[in-house]
Design a protein around this ligand. Sequence first.
Ligand SMILES: Nc1ncnc2c1ncn2[C@@H]1O[C@H](COP(=O)(O)OP(=O)(O)OP(=O)(O)O)[C@@H](O)[C@H]1O
Length: 263
Amino acid sequence: MALLAARDLAFGHHGRRVGQGVSLALEAGEVLCLLGPNGGGKTTLLKTLVGLKPALGGMVALEGEPLAGVSAARRARRIGFVPQSAPSSFAFTVREMVLMGRAARRGLFAQPTTADGGAADAALERVGAGFLAARAFTAISGGERQMVLIARALAQQPRLLVLDEPTASLDFANQDKVLILLAELAAEGLAVLFSTHHPDQAFAVGTHVAMLRDGTLMRHGPVADTLTAENLTELYGRAVVVGEVDGRKVCFTRDVAGVGLSG
Ligand SMILES: Nc1ncnc2c1ncn2[C@@H]1O[C@H](COP(=O)(O)OP(=O)(O)OP(=O)(O)O)[C@@H](O)[C@H]1O
């Protein structure tokens, strides 16, 4: 049974649809990359898939059960969601932020246990952010915050990890670390779904790709069949070239390839 499935899903804001007709399924061990142009509905779709927004039509099922009927606590034990950013007006420490990921496991008003602390510390170490533990979440960089939000989701020990542009504010090395982490988590049996503006990331770690344009799934399937120059060209409306470097596929647009000034 799929960990997460959407059937003919419609989604949007305040009752106004931005997308419809989305059907997809995600199994343990898979990494599904969500690609698509700005404003195409990726964030809205992800939030609907994790239950942060109500579906405007169709349905989402978590382990075969309609998501709408799954309690928030159970949802949080199954799904870790990493938003693009998390505004915080209180100066929680980084460790306290990550400990919040344990709330669904211990009850809202219970004190964190030693095991909760251990899970939070392990999650911070896993993303290489242990050194930030005592810092105020409001006083660290955007990239550091992104790593901490990933740690918070890991501390939940979910079966499904959904991340909205998890590498958006990361430097080259940290982007790599996050991609490797996502591949490792999938190898450990998690299902991973993340949005990105970099098709190369889908070549690197994706098992499947979903291409969302104007709120509808233009293509969806295994990376090998679906992530083609032709489909990417159609998705972005730019001529995309797919090549191979060191045995790995990479892509760029034909226009960018043509403006090189460095000889
Ligand atoms: N809070 C909101 N209220 C109303 N409409 C919104 C809201 N957030 C986004 N939208 C609209 O919903 C549509 C889809 O936006 P969404 O953020 O889901 O796209 P996206 O694919 O994630 O974009 P990007 O790649 O730029 O992050 C856009 O037309 C956007 O203007």
